[in-house]
Design a protein around this ligand. Structure first.
Ligand code: ADE
Length: 242
């Protein structure tokens, strides 16, 4: 998968060199380039923002650098990326959106700062590319960079060959619509607290039942919205909700 990121703070994206994303890049599964948006500024001060039309606080990102970046990175006669723009007004990032993005051959991320990007940038991009505004949640960040890290991580781990153990993709939170059960490792007792007996019983049927019960209880308590959104038939007769 090819990924390009447009940002005025390329250093913010340094973690993309680390850990499993760094390894996926080294193995050629991911081709990531981070671009400094100021490369395409059109004045000596390398200005990327200006005051909002209509008044109000803060600054808005000017369109020209974005236009220059599109012209250079997405030439008229070639393939086009999906343009992903993080922002609090976007659609919520979910596992299913991550899976959808993971199926794309090329993602171009645009990091907004200040009060956002001039709307014409998104409108012009939408004439040629699918534009998806994505939100990390009902919270306001300084800019899109941290969200790009989150989206790239969510997407990368779904790419074939990135996760050593592909089974962990199957069991984890949100793939089955439920939150995961709590997990434990050694020692069996720590600060007076024992690991639940069932997990040490070796009875795989019982363990699976316990994990499913815990997942249901957690989801009901923490995310009742997820439970009500489960497709019909997901819960069977052996599931008794607390
Ligand atoms: N930029 C600012 N706030 C954001 C949010 N909630 N999600 C994604 N990008 C953002």
């Amino acid at each position: 998968m090819r990924i390009d990121v447009l940002t005025i703070f390329p250093e913010y994206l340094a973690p993309l060199d680390l850990s499993l994303i760094g390894r996926a890049r080294q193995h050629g599964l991911l081709d990531i380039t981070v671009h400094d948006l100021r490369t395409w500024t059109v004045d000596v001060h390398r200005t990327v923002d200006d005051t909002p039309y209509g008044g109000g606080p803060g600054m808005v990102m000017r369109p020209e650098p974005w236009g220059g970046a599109f012209d250079q990175l997405v030439p008229a006669d070639g393939p086009v990326p999906r343009f992903v723009v993080p922002g609090p007004a976007g659609v919520p990032l979910t596992q299913s959106l991550a899976a959808e993005l993971a199926a794309e051959p090329w993602l171009l991320f645009g990091c907004g700062r200040y009060e956002g990007i001039d709307q014409r940038v998104l409108d012009v991009a939408a004439e040629r590319m699918t534009v998806t505004e994505v939100s990390l949640g009902d919270v306001v960040l300084f800019g899109g960079e941290v969200a790009v890290l989150a989206v790239v991580e969510a997407v990368t781990r779904l790419l074939p060959g990135v996760l050593g153990n592909a089974e962990s993709l199957l069991e984890e939170s949100h793939t089955g619509g439920l939150l995961e059960a709590p997990v434990y490792t050694k020692p069996a007792e720590w600060r007076g607290r024992a690991v639940p007996e069932v997990l040490r019983s070796g009875d795989h049927g019982k363990i699976a039942r316990w994990r499913r019960d815990q997942a249901l209880i957690r989801t009901a308590r923490r995310r009742p919205d997820l439970l009500s959104a489960l497709p019909p038939g997901t819960l069977d007769r052996t599931d008794q909700l607390a």
